[in-house]
Design a protein around this ligand. Structure first.
Ligand SMILES: *Cc1c(COP(=O)(O)O)cnc(C)c1O
Length: 397
């Protein structure tokens, strides 16, 4: 039988694969340090769990409206107004099974076959596959380290064709932790408006910012860019709720409507109890976010300082999210136990096999000269893992 060539072209998520391998090694009794985590290590705060328990006990266990319950949509609208200075009505909000689902819905809603989506690299690996799922063509634009891994308008212009339909912006970024300044975003907004493009703004890490930088929503600048922007956000990263699967999109009403239509047939509503939990997260006290942020920040500072002192590798200090994007260009060509390190994949494999440290090689993020470390793991593991990486590097020839 011939299977779908489109589906066969979709790559599995390598971050999930590495995390799974590290977990398996751990289960086998090996003392692994896993830096692969793409999720907070904290437990979901109690008041959020209690909202779900209450909903369950009250029998809130049936289908809800396919695009989400009204109180949650209203809370999201209020949040967008208060935090991001953008006005939305509930009919512009679609609540889905995680921001991943919101992104896939978005591409399904805006793309026709062979439409191109500009994805600045380094990029979160799922974007490329999601665009393909929606019959679009991902066009990767690699940003340079010199510009803090952020794309410039000149680089975007070079990627522009008459097929370009949208540009994706992820700030703070996974994997770099970089944040686009307001000025940079305004230039991207002008570029999108003057070339008639949509902007898909993945703002999932907006609350995890550690320095003085401020998150700005690109949709907030003016009516023109507002009409072209689809904001993607969710509760996974901010509230340590990755398993609950609640994300959302905020979009012009026409787009939200067709996203809701697609979702109503593909999956119907996201889990009813998780919607109540997300409502508690978004509308409740935000103190829990500060507690987690303070801890992330300590780890970020420690990790950055340690990596900066190591031979052959370097990183730019991340401003947000919970990752360090590490440049290993100077490691390439060196050998470990007579094996040549050709790229980040070989590096990651040797590190896992010899030092039981799992890192994410960024080949699938568009950079085979870099790897990603997550600091969403306990400090003692960070210390242990960095000791091992240091030892590994000292053994290079
Ligand atoms: C984790 C992540 C998401 C999606 O998270 P969900 O759990 O699906 O809500 C989206 N974008 C980026 C950049 C992420 O790192």
């Amino acid at each position: 039988m011939i299977l779908s060539s489109k589906a066969l072209d979709i790559k599995p998520s390598s971050t999930l694969a590495i995390t799974a391998k590290a977990k398996q090694m751990k289960a086998d009794g090996i003392d692994v340090v896993g830096f692969g985590a793409g999720e907070p290590d904290f437990d979901t705060p109690d008041h959020i769990k209690e909202a779900a328990i209450k909903a369950m006990n009250e029998g809130f266990t049936k289908y809800t409206p396919a695009s989400g319950i009204l109180p949650l949509k209203e809370a999201i609208c209020k949040k967008l107004q208060d935090d991001n200075n953008v006005s939305y009505k509930p009919n512009q909000i679609v609540v889905s099974n995680g921001a991943k689902h919101s992104l896939t819905n978005t591409f399904m809603a805006i793309l026709n076959p062979s439409d191109e989506v500009i994805i600045p690299g380094p990029f979160w690996l799922s974007y490329v596959q999601m665009v393909k799922i929606a019959d679009g063509v991902p066009v990767v634009v690699k940003a340079s380290k010199e510009n803090n891994y952020k794309v410039t308008i000149d680089e975007l212009k070079k990627a522009l064709t008459d097929k370009t339909k949208a540009i994706l912006i992820n700030s703070p970024s996974n994997p770099t932790g970089m944040i686009y300044t307001e000025e940079e975003l305004r230039a991207i907004a002008d570029f999108a408006v003057s070339n008639d493009l949509f902007v898909v703004a993945d703002e999932i890490y907006e609350k995890l910012i550690y320095g003085d930088e401020k998150h700005v929503s690109i949709a907030s600048f003016n009516e023109e860019i507002y009409k072209r922007t689809i904001i993607i956000n969710g509760v996974s990263k901010t509230y340590a709720m990755t398993g609950w699967r609640i994300g959302y999109a905020a979009a012009p009403a026409e787009i939200a409507k067709i996203m809701g239509n697609v979702q109503s047939h593909a999956s119907s509503n996201p889990n009813s109890l998780a919607q109540k939990a997300a409502l508690a997260a978004i509308s409740g006290s935000q103190e829990c976010v500060d507690v987690m942020k303070t801890e992330f920040n300590k780890r970020r500072n420690y990790m950055y300082d340690r990596i900066s002192k190591m031979s052959y590798i370097s990183a730019i200090k991340p401003q947000g999210a919970f990752y360090l994007f590490v440049d290993l260009a100077d490691v390439l060509g060196k050998t470990y136990n007579n094996e040549v390190i050709e790229d980040a994949n070989v590096f990651a494999k040797l590190l896992l096999d010899n030092e039981s440290v799992a890192v994410v090689p960024c080949t699938d993020f568009g950079y085979n000269t870099h790897f990603r470390l997550s600091y969403a793991i306990a400090m003692e593991n960070i210390e242990k893992g960095l000791d091992r990486i240091e030892r590994f590097l000292e053994n290079l020839k």
